[in-house]
Design a protein around this ligand. Structure first.
Ligand code: GAR
Length: 188
């Protein structure tokens, strides 16, 4: 059985969806959820699904302690599913080609520093985009710039609020992210 470790910072709807997906699957399981935010809803979601949660601070992420805790779970794949801090170089170098992120826009547009969650959807509205979508990509040392694995777009009619765009994007994430993870883990 392959092992997946998830990283998340907020609500955790993707985390819950991925955990549930791999409950029906003999190939892989989610062995832990790493979270930097003690107030995040994802903690209760993971605990209610009996998946261990590892809480850490930004300082711990930048030091060695998160890397050491991660090693203890022997992950085959590390998945950033709504993780909002920059990922540290020591973990990227320890797990080359084994860390993927989901971004709520069609990269390379709307990537980079400050572009996360609702900030992305507000910028999409400001620029009157006629489509948006999701990007699943490898993590490297440059923010939101690793090789793209998968993208899916959704049309916009120009009247959506940022919340409505977020809901459309979440729908795509919930539909496609677990399947893409499954393909990656089968070939890992
Ligand atoms: C998701 O839309 C994800 O793409 C985004 O945060 C949201 C988390 O939702 N990630 C980023 O913006 C990373 N730059 P969730 O907590 O309900 O899964």
């Amino acid at each position: 059985m392959k092992k997946i470790v998830l990283f998340a910072s907020g609500s955790g709807s993707n985390v819950e969806n991925i955990i549930q997906y791999f409950r029906q699957n003999q190939q892989a399981e989610v062995v832990a959820v790493f979270c930097n935010n003690p107030k995040a809803k994802v903690i209760a979601r993971a605990e209610s699904l009996k998946v261990p949660v590892v809480l850490f601070s930004k300082e711990e992420l930048l030091g060695e302690s998160v890397l050491l805790k991660l090693h203890a779970f022997h992950p085959d794949l590390i998945v950033l599913a709504g993780f909002l801090l920059q990922f540290p170089l020591n973990i990227i170098q320890a797990y080359p080609d084994r860390i993927v992120n989901i971004h709520p826009a069609l990269l390379p547009k709307y990537g980079g520093k400050g572009m996360y969650g609702m900030h992305v959807h507000r910028a999409v509205i400001e620029n009157k985009e006629t489509e948006t979508g999701i990007s699943i990509h490898y993590i490297d040392e440059h923010y939101d710039e690793g090789d793209i694995i998968f993208q899916k777009s959704t049309a916009l009619n120009g009247s959506e609020t940022a919340e409505e765009i977020a809901a459309k994007v979440h729908e795509l994430e919930h539909r496609f992210f677990p399947m893409v993870i499954e393909q990656l883990i089968l070939h890992s």
